[in-house]
Design a protein around this ligand. Structure first.
Ligand code: A3P
Length: 300
């Protein structure tokens, strides 16, 4: 994979994530007012981030609309020293920031794609809340396929086909490693752990109101039903797709001619990509890897 470096048995997109930055995260003291969202990429991180950010801002949609999401919910392992990231932020601020003063959020929210064992110590020690977002691996793989073609920093060629990507995904030799290892290690970590919670994309799709209620309890910021209804509307796929604070349009890192960051936002798109043979091979792998875990996903 071009543009990548290796560290701790993983391949990293060297342009934006580097080992020094990951190691330096241990110096940050995460505390009771922090909520860290962790996920394997393309599992609904952006969606969960907007929902949690809305809860942290006590349902104040005006606040969400006046601050870009990547400021409200920063990506902790992003190498912010890279010159072009600084350039990008200055440019984006000129484009988007409204300068509206808003009440500070009740909680600080941030996100990470780091595998569990590389998390900063204070998170592993339960000093802050940790929310893990997971998605059924077939839809995740399809979304990740598109992402690999459009994210310039992942270095896969834009003409790469699904048939070429599929074995790469199954082998786990790609950014963030094996989906199974990522998800299962966090699944174990979140069980019987009052500081951690595990949620699924498919549950958010089916009942976002219900998921929000349990997220509010988890972070300790209750909303009224009316506020919750407004947040659900604000966080719908169509609304986030049209919202320049959340849709990640215009990010230099992405080639939008290939596809948009907010692509389809549905459950079951895998059926348009997996052949019957691929689906059966994946089901077998899934059965073997997930056996005894007690974790189940919905695929449609
Ligand atoms: P698709 O590529 O299947 O459309 P992440 O934020 O972890 O990178 O995940 C991105 C995936 O979540 C993309 O999936 C994106 O479209 C989807 N997504 C983002 N916001 C969403 C929303 N409000 N509702 C449903 N899906 C959403």
């Amino acid at each position: 994979i071009p543009h990548s470096n290796e560290f701790a048995d993983y391949v990293w997109p060297g342009m934006i994530v580097n080992p020094e930055k990951i190691i330096s995260l241990n110096e940050i003291e995460f505390g009771p007012d922090d909520v860290v969202i962790a996920s394997y990429p393309k599992s609904g991180t952006t969606w969960a981030s907007e929902v949690l950010s809305a809860i942290a801002h006590e349902g104040n949609i005006d606040a969400l609309k006046s601050i870009r999401m990547d400021e409200r919910v920063p990506w902790i392992e992003l190498d912010d020293k890279a010159w072009w990231i600084k350039f990008f932020y200055v440019w984006k601020n000129k484009m988007f920031s409204t300068g509206v003063d808003v009440r500070p959020a009740k909680k600080r929210i941030c996100f990470t794609h780091l595998p569990l064992e590389l998390l900063p110590t204070s998170i592993l020690e339960g000093k802050c809340k940790l929310l893990y977002v997971a998605r059924n691996p077939k839809d995740q793989a399809v979304s990740y396929f598109h992402f690999h073609r459009m994210a310039r920093f992942l270095g896969l060629q834009t003409h790469t086909t699904w048939d070429e990507f599929f074995p790469l995904f199954c082998s786990g030799y790609l950014y963030c490693g094996s989906w199974f290892e990522h998800v299962l290690s966090y699944w174990k970590f979140t069980q019987n752990n009052p500081m951690a919670k595990f949620i699924c994309y498919e549950d958010m799709k089916r009942d976002l109101m219900g998921e929000m209620e349990s997220l509010e309890q988890f972070v300790g910021v209750p909303l009224s039903i009316e506020q919750r209804i407004n947040v659900v509307k604000h966080c719908s796929f169509d609304s986030m797709k049209d919202n320049k604070m959340t849709n990640r349009n215009g990010v230099m890192l992405f080639n939008e001619k290939i596809c948009k960051f907010m692509r389809k936002g549905i459950v079951g798109d895998w059926k348009n990509y997996f052949t019957v043979t691929q689906s059966e091979a994946f089901d077998e792998l899934y059965k073997k890897k997930m056996e005894g875990s007690g974790l189940q996903f919905e695929f449609e």
